[in-house]
Design a protein around this ligand. Sequence first.
Ligand code: C5P
Length: 219
Amino acid sequence: MGYNVAIDGPAGAGKSTIAKQVAKENGYIYVDTGAMYRGLAIHFLNLGIDPKDTEKIIEACKDVEVTIGYESGIQQIYVNGENVTAKLRTEEVGNMASMTSAIPEVRGKLLELQRTLAREKDVIMDGRDIGTHVLPDADVKIYLTASVEIRAKRRYKELVEKGVQCDLKEIEKDIEERDYRDMTRKIAPLKKAEDAILVDSSDMTLKEVVNTISRYCHR
Ligand code: C5P
C-alpha cells in the first residue's frame, strides 16, 4: 500500500497547483482526478452527446478507456490510447465534466484506476471525493477551500494573464453552479471528510498554503 494524501475541495481552490508543488517537494506522485473526468468529457464532446442525455453517456462509457502516464513527471491523460492532455483545460470540457460526473457509470469507470494508483504508489490525489469515497483510509486528508469571490478573482487573473477575454461576474456564477452541482449530486458529493484537515486559503499566499499542507505530508 502506498502512502496516500487526499486533497479535496471546490472548483478553483487551487488544489492542483498546490498538490503538484507539495508532491514535488515531498517526493509523491501527483494524481489529478479532475483530469480523468475531463478526459471522459472530451470523449462525450467528440461524440456530440448532450450532457443531459444520460442514456447516451452511459452507452459511451462502455467503449472508452482512460489511462494515465507521466512525461517528465507531468501527468498525461490518454483516452482510448490518444494523449488528450493539452485539450483538458477549457471551460467547455470543464462544464461537460462537471455535468457528467454525477452519473454513477461515469464515476465507476474511473474508480478502479484511482484506487490502483494509490495502492501501488505514494500519491497526492486531488479531486472532490477522494477522502470521502475513493480513499477513505488515506493517511492524510486535506479539504482545501476559499470563498467564491476569491476563487473567481484568481481564475479571472489567470485567464487575463493568458490573454483570454472574460467577465468576473460570469466566472463567479460558473463557479457557484459547479459547486452546487458537485455538492448536491447523489453519488460521492463534494464534502469535507470528517477526519479531513480544513485549509481555507482565502487569506493565504500560495507559498503559505504549500507550507501548511507540506507539514502534514511527512511520511
Ligand atoms: O477539478 P476539475 O475542475 O478538473 O474537475 C472537473 C470536474 O470533474 C469537477 O467539476 C467535478 O464535477 C468532477 N470531479 C469529480 N470528482 C473528482 C474530481 C473531479 O466529480 N474526484
